[in-house]
Design a protein around this ligand. Structure first.
Ligand code: NAD
Length: 273
């Protein structure tokens, strides 16, 4: 273990960027990284008040954080966000590529606009942020007091990188793309001691999927897809992100961790098929 880390603060001294950090999973990840000792940039697209609430919660718990606005699908905004972070925090050690959205439609009715927006944010956004992070990780190299790796990238994927999803062709395609983007980056960047992994959440209670859990009927339908018998909560994902960002997972790169209560275990076959 390097000198600044402790079991309670495995990310002490490190600097993290969480995209889409103002709500849901991203907000929980930002708080958990800060609790583990990292200084955190909370990226948000529009909801400055919600980003401010996350920052205030981190400060109240004794952590350090700042909010930076950027639409991750826009190259100039991503580059400006990284410039701000590097100026204020000096460098970056951890990127959590979390920002994502859905624009759902029955396939024959899906507009090109809806297709492009989801691919632009969910996939191109991860490319743009990962590229800026990789450039800085390579420039700076390993700082052994902070981490055994020069940098860590955690991509927020979904069980839908594997499970086809009717009515969500754009979203499923974006997550399938993240799977191969993540593995190719992991293969190409390992020589620089950069680790790249994904988390594939199942159903987590956040604003993105409110209609799937906010009535008892909807929740019952959802639970039929989850062998473990409960809907996930953002901290289920946040703890996984902390582990992937820490040296506890130093020998892991190119992996997708399914955190899904068994959703990818073909629950339809529970009774023998
Ligand atoms: P959420 O809607 O609460 O969070 C998504 C965040 O992304 C929001 O903060 C939003 O403002 C931000 N965002 C959207 N467009 C952006 C842009 N252009 N630039 C910057 N930020 C932008 O939903 P969530 O469930 O917390 O989703 C977080 C991630 O987890 C997404 O990538 C989503 O696909 C993934 N995911 C969620 C679930 C789930 O069940 N909730 C399951 C699998 C994967």
């Amino acid at each position: 273990m390097s000198t600044m880390q402790s079991p309670a603060h495995p990310l002490a001294g490190q600097r993290a960027l969480v995209t889409g950090g103002s709500s849901g999973i991203g907000a929980a990840v930002a708080r958990a990284l800060a609790a583990a000792g990292a200084k955190v940039v909370v990226n948000y697209a529009a909801a400055e008040d919600k980003a401010r609430q996350v920052i205030d919660a981190i400060h109240a718990a004794g952590g350090e954080a700042m909010a930076v606005r950027a639409d991750v699908s826009q190259e100039d905004q991503v580059q400006a966000m990284f410039s701000t972070m590097l100026e204020d925090y000096g460098s970056i050690d951890i990127l959590v590529n979390n920002a994502g959205l859905q624009h759902d439609a029955h396939f024959p009715d899906m507009t090109l606009k809806d297709w492009r927006r989801v691919l632009d944010v969910n996939l191109t956004g991860q490319f743009l942020c990962a590229r800026e992070a990789a450039r800085e990780f390579i420039r700076r190299g390993v700082v052994s007091e902070l981490s055994r790796a020069a940098g860590k990238i955690v991509c927020m994927s979904s069980v839908h990188e594997r499970i086809p999803w009717a009515g969500h062709a754009n979203y499923a395609a974006s997550k399938g793309g993240i799977s191969m983007l993540m593995k190719t980056m992991a293969q190409e960047l390992a020589q620089y001691r950069i680790r790249v992994n994904s988390i594939a959440p199942g159903a987590i209670r956040t604003p993105i999927n409110r209609s799937a859990w906010d009535t008892p009927e909807a929740e019952a339908t959802l639970l039929s897809l989850i062998p473990y018998g409960r809907v996930g909560d953002p901290p289920d994902i946040a703890q996984t992100a902390v582990w992937l960002a820490s040296d506890a997972s130093d020998y892991m790169t190119g992996a997708t961790l399914y955190v899904d209560g068994g959703m990818t275990l073909y629950p339809g076959f529970r009774t023998g098929g």
